[in-house]
Each structure stands twice: as structure tokens, then as C-alpha cells.
Write a protein that binds this ligand. Structure first.
Ligand code: IPE
Ligand code: IPE
Ligand code: MG
Length: 230
């Protein structure tokens, strides 16, 4: 499969709640099971030679969920980072965050900045975690930075705009996977995914196994990307 490997995979990890509900468990158990899948997928992507992986962990719209669920999600995040960061450091994986972390609960925010600092030397793979991320807010932020700098119309180019996004310096996602059966983008990487190949699977995120990742990569490898040409 070495050929046609995506340089950047982005994943909308969806279906944790339904996975738990189908088992008569509270939704939080679905999130816990989902966190385990994150660690495996990161390892598998790293082993496959994928250089950039972006996971959508919390959207700017997810603040609209019950407070207890939000609190649980961030406490899981902190637990996950505290456990995984040493391993990521060992494997040369650099953690990066897409989104506005200022609004995160203090403990989670501290774990995120510790993680970024400790893994900053990683050159094998960049692991982007989208936290309190919304693509529209990201574009507004970029527009504001132009205004703040007193930019003139000619200064605004596709390149300079991309340089003001959270993904600055990284290739655009080649493959966008969404688990959980929904076929929508939910405000994820709208600018960067202009030419991404979309892959939707009904598999719920906690059930997403190596074989499912392999199936997505095979599907991607068989596609013809034309970028508007013939
Ligand atoms: C994805 O699973 C995780 C987050 C959005 C944080 P959901 O919690 O959205 O699960 P469903 O879609 O309700 O099953
Ligand atoms: C998208 O899932 C956000 C994340 C996976 C973090 P949602 O479950 O929030 O999306 P909608 O509400 O179904 O569009
Ligand atoms: Mg969902």
C-alpha cells in the first residue's frame, strides 16, 4: 500500500454516544472507549508512514452539550494526554492543537501545553488535536489578524490566508474520514479540505479498528484525484 498514501488524514470521530447507548451504558463510557481507539489509530498511522493526523475531539458547538458531559470529555482528555505524552515523545510524534484552548478547563489546558512542549522535538509525525475548533471561527480569526496588521487587499492571498490558519505549514488533508454514519462536515477544516477525498463509514468510533483504517486507506489509494484537471 506504500503508493498513494495520504500525507495527511483528518478524522471526525463520531458515534461514541450511540455506541454506549446501544449497550445500555452512559454516554461517558462511549467517550472512554473512544479514547482507547485514539491511541491505537495514532500508532497505526505512525506505523503506516502517515506524517500528519488530525482528530476532531471537541467542536466549538460541542459546548452546547450537558455540562457534565463536557466536563467528562475534558477530564478524559487530560487523563489521555498525561498517559500518552511520554509514549508520543518516544515515538517522535509532535502534538499540535487546532482551536482556541483559552476556553478549556484549566487542567486540560495545562495538560495540552505540557504535551505540546514535551513533544515539540518530534519529527516522525504531527498529531493535530482539534479542540474547541470550528472552521468558521478559524477563518474569522485569520481575517482579524489581517485587519490587525493593517493588510491591504493585495496582501490577502490563498497562501497568506493559509498561513494564518491553525494548520500553518502543514499539507492539506488528503483524506477525511467520518465514522458514525453521518455525512456532513460539522464545521471541520472547511478551507483545508477543499480537495480532500471524503470517506464516510457507519462504524461507530469506539468500534473503529485497524481493518477499518486499512479499508479507508485502500479506498483512498484507488481514487483518481484530478484537482480540476483532466
Ligand atoms: C463523538 O461522539 C465525540 C464528540 C463529539 C466529543 P458523539 O458524542 O458525538 O457520539 P454520538 O454522535 O452522539 O453517537
Ligand atoms: C462532530 O461530531 C464533532 C466531533 C467529532 C468532535 P458531532 O457529533 O458534534 O456533530 P453533529 O452534531 O452530529 O453534526
Ligand atoms: Mg455525534
Amino acid at each position: 500500500m506504500g503508493e498513494n498514501l495520504p500525507a495527511h488524514i483528518a478524522v471526525i470521530m463520531d458515534g461514541n454516544g450511540r455506541w454506549a447507548e446501544a449497550r445500555g451504558l452512559p454516554r461517558r463510557e462511549g467517550h472512554r472507549a473512544g479514547a482507547e481507539v485514539v491511541r491505537r489509530v495514532i500508532t497505526e498511522c505512525r506505523a503506516a508512514g502517515i506524517r500528519h493526523v488530525t482528530l476532531y475531539a471537541f467542536s466549538s458547538e460541542n459546548w452546547g452539550r450537558p455540562k457534565a458531559e463536557v466536563r467528562h470529555l475534558f477530564s478524559l482528555l487530560k487523563e489521555f494526554l498525561d498517559r500518552e505524552i511520554p509514549l508520543m515523545e518516544q515515538k517522535g510524534i509532535a502534538l499540535n492543537v487546532l482551536g482556541d484552548t483559552a476556553a478549556l478547563p484549566l487542567g486540560a489546558r495545562a495538560a495540552v501545553s505540557r504535551g505540546i512542549k514535551r513533544t515539540s522535538g518530534g519529527v516522525e509525525m504531527t498529531f493535530n488535536l482539534a479542540l474547541n475548533y470550528g472552521a468558521r471561527a478559524e477563518l474569522v480569526r485569520a481575517a482579524r489578524s489581517f485587519v490587525r496588521e493593517g493588510a491591504s487587499p493585495g496582501d490577502v492571498t490563498e497562501q497568506s490566508l493559509a498561513g494564518r490558519l491553525y494548520t500553518v505549514g502543514q499539507p492539506d488533508p488528503d483524506l477525511l474520514i467520518r465514522t458514525g454514519g453521518e455525512r456532513r462536515l460539522s464545521n471541520f477544516l472547511l478551507y483545508q479540505c477543499a480537495y480532500a477525498e471524503l470517506y464516510f463509514t457507519p462504524v461507530l468510533w469506539p468500534d473503529f479498528k485497524e481493518e477499518h483504517l486499512r479499508a479507508a486507506l485502500e479506498d483512498y489509494a484507488a481514487r483518481s484525484r484530478r484537482f480540476g484537471k483532466i
